[in-house]
Design a protein around this ligand. Structure first.
Ligand code: PLP
Length: 377
């Protein structure tokens, strides 16, 4: 675990007694700071605020703010229905009962997030692991299984380690329409796709069953998760699903903040454009020096040795950048430096990051980390 930092403002942290530019975490739209500027209160202005409902929604924990937020989330994503969960991790897990009942087989991206891996395991049916982001690999595996009815394909929308994106349109074109896609769009929701509606929204509507899960802790800067999709399926999840029925939802005040933030984002489409502008600015430097183009505001570096890792840390801190070193499943042997920029960063901040990281790679101290070398086929 890294030593704790303290937030100075939306761009800086204090860490080990120094102030640094902070390019970490997934609060891409810096909505966590936005939430703090809004008073947290229940929808009913007369009611006294409290922190936890202290029970699951299926027992005595129901609140009108949960229903309001679900309605706003389904409106925003143009989904039939939405169900909140206490965390993004619990969103796909809450679908495990549905998969256990319906799925004859699961196709899983080799680098799927642990939440999807656990969901696949709980579904208790054969799991086929296909090559990262490769619809042809999935198709090849499919040709060796018995039919495609009741098959579910599980993938991250955006892979949080390196910012690679599931080529959902290619998957849709190549795979039989009866296959249901379960897309964990924790990162893409709010930040990618048409009007920020996420990676699932890149698939033509109404042509296949798509279930999407997302985290409210990233684009919305709050906490909790959501499942988006078919009303009947989500009804059965909330009536029968063990996980959904048996956990305490996010605190009502956080649901209120998420609701306010979502409304604000809907009214400020330019906010997402400002994130894209920063990514373009990063790319202008990065692409010229590294010949690779980033589709999402994430870049990760690996180091060839422990010695290089320490040198990279020193280089970053000397440049005034917090060193966001992480160990995560599917990462590199010495861990990764995973950077992300946000709407709060200035273009100068982003350019400083791009130049610093380009130097590190050009000097041979670090490599651009990608989950696989030649992903899309
Ligand atoms: C792809 C993906 N799914 C699920 C989660 C879990 O979301 P939460 O942190 O809201 O539980 C994360 C969190 O980092 C994630 O990256």
């Amino acid at each position: 675990m890294n030593t704790p930092w303290e937030a100075i403002d939306a761009r800086h942290v204090r860490w080990n007694h120094q102030t640094y530019l902070y390019f970490a975490g997934c609060d891409y739209l810096r909505m966590s700071y936005h939430a703090l500027t809004e008073p947290h209160k229940p929808l009913d202005q007369g009611a006294s605020p409290f922190l936890s409902v202290g029970a699951s929604r299926s027992t005595t924990g129901e609140q009108s703010i949960y229903l309001e937020l679900e309605q706003s989330l389904s409106d925003y994503t143009l989904s039939e229905a939405a169900r909140l969960t206490g965390a993004g991790y619990l969103a796909s897990l809450s679908l495990a009962d549905h998969l256990r009942e319906k799925a004859s087989a699961i196709f899983l991206d080799q680098y799927a997030h642990p939440a999807l891996q656990d969901t696949a395991r709980l579904a208790q049916c054969p799991i086929h692991v296909y090559e990262h982001r490769s619809p042809t690999s999935a198709l090849e595996l499919l040709s060796r299984t018995e039919g495609s009815s009741n098959v579910f394909l599980l993938s991250d929308g955006v892979f949080g380690l390196d910012g690679s994106i599931m080529p959902v349109e290619r998957f849709h074109q190549l795979l039989p329409p009866e296959i249901t896609f379960l897309i964990d769009d924790a990162h893409g929701f709010g930040c990618h796709g048409p009007s920020g509606r996420g990676v699932s929204a890149l698939c033509p509507p109404h042509q296949r069953q798509i279930l999407t899960t997302a985290s409210l802790s990233k684009a919305l800067g709050c906490h909790g998760g959501v499942i988006l999709g078919d009303e009947k399926i989500l009804d059965s999840v909330s009536r029968q699903g063990h996980i959904w029925r048996s956990h305490t939802p996010l605190p009502p005040s956080i649901a209120y903040s998420a609701w306010r933030n979502l409304l604000w984002l809907k009214d400020h489409p330019d906010h997402l454009a400002s994130l894209e502008k920063r990514t373009a600015s990063f790319n202008a430097i990065w692409t010229a020096s590294q010949q690779s183009f980033l589709e999402f505001p994430i870049v990760a570096l690996s180091t060839p040795s422990q010695k290089a890792l320490e040198e990279v840390k020193q280089y970053l801190t000397e440049a005034g950048i917090y060193p966001p070193h992480i160990h995560y499943p599917h990462g590199a042997p010495h861990g990764l430096f995973r950077f992300s920029w946000s709407t709060a960063h200035t273009l100068e901040d982003v350019d400083l990051l791009a130049n610093t990281l380009s130097d590190l790679v050009s000097n041979g101290l670090a490599d651009h980390f990608k989950l696989s070398c030649d992903p899309v086929s």
